[in-house]
Design a protein around this ligand. Structure first.
Ligand SMILES: [Cu+2]
Length: 171
């Protein structure tokens, strides 16, 4: 066996080793948190196709999550969590909503309790703060990018790795 054949052999072993490992252990979920600030703490996250995204409500009040199309303003029929009840705080039950996406691309969403869609210049639909919900500067909305790009998948906020953030309760 010459040197390059050995290198190819080693590379093959490495590749098969990696795929066997990833088949055995599915990727961990990516967590998106809410509290009384009426925003999604991790406004932008990256997930693989099929990887779970888990929304975690650490607020005392309820939040909903609804996917939408910025081109048409249409609500998603499948990315739709009607209401996630709040929690009194640490040590009590925390309500979550899980979803995964099959195809690569952007998944836009907002909380219809605290934001609403409005047509912006250029004809795109953007979330804005719902009138009557005061005290918060930014509309409660976020974006999930479904991708296989390893550089993007590594770029999630550190908090997205933990289900419960002990210091984040409140509202
Ligand atoms: Cu909300």
């Amino acid at each position: 066996m010459n040197r390059s054949a050995l290198a190819i052999g080693l590379a093959t072993v490495t590749l098969f080793g990696a795929s066997a490992a990833s088949a055995a252990a599915p990727p961990k979920p990516v967590y998106i948190h809410m509290n009384g600030a009426n925003e999604f703490l991790e406004r932008l996250v990256f997930v693989r196709p099929g990887q779970k995204v888990v929304f975690v409500n650490e607020d005392t009040g309820a939040h909903a999550i609804l996917g939408y199309s910025p081109q048409t303003g249409a609500a998603s029929k499948t990315f739709d969590a009607p209401a996630l009840a709040g929690t009194p705080g640490k040590g009590h039950k925390v309500h979550t909503y899980s979803i995964s996406f099959r195809h690569q691309g952007p998944e836009w969403y907002y909380c219809p309790v605290h934001a609403e869609l409005a047509k912006a210049p250029g004809g795109v639909w953007l979330p804005k703060v719902r009138p009557g919900v005061h005290g918060f500067g930014t509309p409660m909305a976020g974006l999930i990018i479904v991708t296989t790009d390893p550089a993007l998948l590594k770029d999630n906020p550190a908090t997205s790795a933990s289900k419960i953030l002990p210091g984040y309760f409140g509202g």
